[in-house]
Ligand binder design. Structure first.
Ligand code: SIN
Ligand code: CO
Length: 372
């Protein structure tokens, strides 16, 4: 995408980064985001962890590793024995600046992106030495954090703990990250980040869906689309010695029947579009209380433009568009406009073909997009 070198990647071009580092080896970039000290204050972040529409975790090391899931009460957090850390997922869905920050990593396709997480830790706090199955960019916000990382093959975890802690962590690098520094880690690199004084860290995480999960979800998707109109029939039925036996002819007929379940590349594409844009369990949209009718909506669009809701996922493939688990076909003449909306997540004032207008109006009524 971007042929020029970028500060975010320490002067590498995005192509160089993808070829040399992505899913291959770590990269430490000092001053990746010059002047960056964070996107929100500690208090605002802890307030988020108290909301029931936000996914948060509390991890403590005091008296053995423990984990609690939010929402939390601020007073209860204040009483906790230090060191501890609180982690808030999906900051990109809660704060426009967080979404902007996450989109700085759009040299990796949105289909691979998961979310932006933020953590706050008291001095000495962290989640312990572990490995993740996904790529992550760790960006230091307020304060400093010491990161030790290693590429050990021994992934044995300590048994009986509520969180995943490596039994024998063998770091090969030891760095203290300052505000604005970035550390990229490929999947399965062992790491341990310990707050040096209180600190906040932002992580852009990616998807690493297990093939088994993908297969199971595909079968669920297929289940709603399979069409086998025939019925089991056996006009040639013969008497059999054991009435309890499932006859070979029955097995053959059902094998032939199920062999007629078909899918092709388009089915897989549509499954992926639906699967990748499906909102997470705690995500709900807020439809407008008094939506404009289609005619007024079109007029407003032509004056104000539109933007995606921070929680919306819009992806496309070929002529199909996928938003929050649903799919739509867009008229050829409007496809470039919809693609721009998907890439940039907003559009200046514009007008649309009637069929595409109905689609966008539908998305607006669902709360997936908003007039700017
Ligand atoms: C953090 O504590 O912010 C980072 C969590 C991790 O190591 O994945
Ligand atoms: Co991790």
């Amino acid at each position: 995408m971007n042929p020029t070198s970028i500060t975010l990647l320490g002067g590498l071009t995005t192509d160089q980064f993808l070829a040399e580092y992505w899913q291959k080896k770590p990269l430490l970039v000092r001053g990746a985001i010059p002047g960056f000290t964070g996107l929100l204050s500690r208090d605002d972040m802890l307030d988020l962890s108290c909301r029931d529409d936000v996914e948060s975790r509390f991890v403590s090391q005091a008296g053995g590793w423990t984990i609690d899931r939010g929402p939390f009460a601020r007073a209860a957090l204040r009483r906790k024995t230090k060191p501890w850390t609180v982690l808030v997922q999906g900051l990109n869905m809660l704060l426009p600046q967080a979404d902007e920050m996450m989109r700085r990593f759009s040299f990796v396709p949105y289909a691979r992106l998961d979310d932006l997480m933020v953590s706050y830790a008291t001095d000495g706090g962290g989640v312990g030495p572990h490995f993740d199955n996904y790529d992550v960019f760790l960006i230091q916000g307020m304060g400093r954090r010491r990161w030790r990382i290693g590429n050990q093959t021994d992934q044995t975890l300590i048994k009986g703990l509520p969180i995943r802690i490596l039994k024998d962590f063998r770091p090969v690098h030891d760095w203290v990250l300052e505000p604005g520094d970035l550390l990229y880690l490929p999947p399965e690199w062992a790491h341990d980040g310990i707050a040096v004084g209180e600190c906040m860290t932002y992580s852009v995480g990616f998807r690493a869906t297990p093939a088994q999960d993908m297969a199971e979800q595909f079968l669920v998707y297929l289940q709603d689309r399979v069409k086998l109109p025939d019925r089991y029939r056996d006009p040639d039925l013969k008497s059999q010695k054991h009435p309890a036996k499932i006859g070979a002819a029955m097995v053959d007929q059902v094998a032939e029947m199920l062999g007629r379940i078909r899918w092709n590349r388009d089915t897989v594409r549509d499954f992926l579009g639906s699967y990748l844009t499906e909102p997470k369990a705690h995500v709900f949209f807020d439809p407008p209380a008094r939506p404009l009718n289609e005619k007024r909506f079109a007029a407003a669009l032509a004056k104000r433009g539109i933007h995606l809701d921070a929680r919306s996922q819009l992806l496309f493939a070929d002529s199909r568009f996928y938003i929050n688990g649903e799919s739509a076909t867009v008229a050829r003449c409007d496809r470039a406009t919809f693609k721009r909306l998907a890439d940039e997540r907003r559009l200046p004032a514009f007008s649309l073909d009637a069929a595409s207008l109905a689609t966008l109006h539908d998305w607006y009524r669902c709360g997936f997009v908003h007039l700017s």
